[in-house]
Every structure is written in structure tokens, then in C-alpha cells.
Design a protein around this ligand. Structure first.
Ligand SMILES: [Zn+2]
Ligand SMILES: [Zn+2]
Length: 314
């Protein structure tokens, strides 16, 4: 499925089969999960995508050698800059991103840099594993940045939150789900995934730290209002609307606001090591690859519960 121009529907097209270069692998794609960032790319909210582009960065498939691997958002880094040399390659200025500046996974085949592929644990099906590759990985990085908060607030309860809620519970923490006001379906979903409380984003409910998944800047002051002194508000999305001004009093008391950018390979190694003993369940809706536009539409409208997964074979 090709994006020829931002803000236009993806187009089903035949493209030449890609060839792997030095250090790369060719992957026959089994599934690709849909991420909100795909929407930001398609909707033209992220600058300068490769065009035409194959979107998608939560890919699971098999290499020509038969190994099952996952391909995440971070697709290539320079390896020599100060960020790369300090194992913060997520901040590399020259980084390239799967499904944004490199062709991604809304396709039957893709090429990936071998160094950035992760082996998939055997007891996860490809469909189960795909949402872990961005929602799981970047979510996990955000989770670590939230520190050792006992009561953790999630603003927006979708793909990443459903995964993190299970990790948080396994760590003995309580999850508080803040959704769009009146979104009863999302609140029920959150409770079903183990949230001890679910309500509207404008509601007052004290938490020790908060992670914002929804791309809405007005959630930053809303979350600060609910976070206790010393707590962090972590913005986990790659794109967010402008943050409205707010009184310093909301930040006072050593509260912190920070963003999380991309992922490092270390995040992936840590998360996949945890997943060997912690079984994560995700709620998914499978769409055939040719219906990628429908999956994006359902995510955009907020109708989708859980994660959309595209399958070239169905
Ligand atoms: Zn670099
Ligand atoms: Zn993503």
C-alpha cells in the first residue's frame, strides 16, 4: 500500500521486490500492526516523509534465512555521533525511521537493517507480537521514565496502554485510565485490562506519575493537575498539538514534564527479555492489507478498540 502524497488514501500498487544490501535482511511480512504514528505520517503531520512511501513500523516476518524477526520504528542510526556512541541512538540526528524515511510494513516484503531487528519470543504468534514493536517498545521506554510511581495514570487507553497496563500490574502498580470524557467503551476496555480506575481526562484523580499517549497538548496541564509533587508527566507520542499555557504552580513541587523519543536497542532487549516470563495479551482487530485505509480510518475516528493489525495473507 503506497502513500503517494500526504492526506491522500493509500493506494494498492505492485512495486518491484526489494533487494537487501550489505548488513540488511529481506523479510517476508506476516503481519504489520498499525500505530498512531502511521496516521501522523499519512495525515502530513510529520515533515518530509520519503515519497512514495510504504508506511508501517510494527512488522513481524521471516528473513530469507527463515528467522522470525520484528522490525521497529528506529531503522538506522549513524553509529558515530555523540548520541550513538553513548547508547542513546534514539536521539541520533541522522536516524532513519521505518515506514517514514525508509519503506515499511504495509506490504508483502521489506528490507531492514539487521542490527535493528529483534528476535520474536517463540511463544508469541506473529499477530500477538506485532503490537509490541512500537506500542510495546516506546511504551516501555515511557514506563521507565515514569520512575517508580505506584499509581500510574495513562492518558489515552489504546495500543500502548493495554500493553503497559499488564507490565505495570506485574510490577505491583496501579493503573488509572484517563480517556476522552464519556468514552465508556474505552473505560470498560481499560478496566478489563486491569485498570483500577477509569474516567474522563478532565476528572481529578491523584496519581504519582502520568504517561500521555493521546496527541492532545491540553492533556499536559490536565495531567500535571493530577500528579503529586515530585511526579513526572511523560509525553510518549511523536506528535502532539500545542500545549496551552498553564500556571507555574502546576509544575511547582518538583513535578517534571518530559518527552520520550523513539527507542534504543537496549529498550528492545530489555522488553523482550521480560516477555520471556511475562505473557502480554493484546486485543486486536485484523484487517487484510488491502483494507489498510479502513484500519487507519477506524483508528482516526477513535472507533477502534485495541490494536489494528494488517495481514497480507487474509
Ligand atoms: Zn548517530
Ligand atoms: Zn509507532
Amino acid at each position: 500500500m503506497l502513500l503517494r502524497h500526504p492526506r491522500e488514501p493509500l493506494e494498492l500498487a505492485d512495486v518491484p521486490s526489494p533487494r537487501a544490501g550489505e548488513g540488511q535482511v529481506r523479510i517476508a511480512i506476516e503481519v504489520c500492526a498499525v500505530c498512531r504514528t502511521d496516521l501522523h505520517v499519512v495525515d502530513g503531520e510529520l515533515p518530509d516523509p520519503k515519497l512514495p512511501l510504504i508506511v508501517g513500523h510494527q512488522i513481524v516476518g521471516r528473513t530469507d534465512g527463515g528467522r522470525r524477526v520484528g522490525v521497529p520504528w528506529l531503522g538506522w542510526t549513524c553509529g558515530v555521533c555523540a548520541y550513538c556512541r553513548s547508547r542513546r541512538e534514539n536521539l541520533c540526528d541522522r536516524a532513519r525511521f521505518t515506514g517514514y524515511t525508509i519503506d515499511g510494513g504495509y506490504a508483502e516484503m521489506c528490507i531492514a537493517d539487521e542490527r535493528y531487528c529483534f528476535p520474536i519470543p517463540d511463544d508469541y504468534t506473529s499477530e500477538e507480537a506485532a503490537p509490541l514493536l512500537c506500542a510495546g517498545l516506546i511504551g516501555y521506554r515511557a514506563y521507565r521514565m515514569a520512575g517508580d510511581a505506584k499509581r500510574l495514570g495513562f492518558y489515552g487507553f489504546g495500543s500502548a496502554a493495554q500493553i503497559l497496563a499488564q507490565i505495570a500490574r506485574a510490577d505491583g502498580r496501579e493503573v488509572y485510565a484517563f480517556t476522552r470524557g464519556g468514552d465508556v467503551a474505552a473505560q470498560e476496555f481499560a478496566r478489563g485490562m486491569g485498570a483500577v480506575w477509569a474516567g474522563g481526562a478532565e476528572e481529578r484523580q491523584e496519581v504519582d506519575a502520568a504517561i500521555i499517549f493521546a496527541p492532545a497538548g491540553e492533556l499536559v496541564p490536565a495531567a500535571l493537575r493530577n500528579v503529586v509533587k515530585g511526579g513526572a508527566v511523560v509525553c510518549a507520542g511523536i506528535h502532539m498539538s500545542d500545549i496551552p499555557s498553564f500556571p507555574y504552580e502546576l509544575l511547582w513541587g518538583e513535578r517534571a514534564v518530559r518527552s520520550v523519543a523513539n527507542l534504543t536497542r537496549r529498550d528492545g532487549e530489555e522488553l523482550f527479555a521480560r516477555l520471556r516470563t511475562l505473557r502480554i495479551k493484546t486485543q486486536r482487530t485484523v484487517y487484510p492489507l488491502s483494507r489498510a485505509n479502513d484500519a487507519l480510518r477506524d483508528l482516526r475516528s477513535g472507533e477502534l478498540v485495541g490494536t489494528a493489525v494488517l495481514s497480507p495473507e487474509s
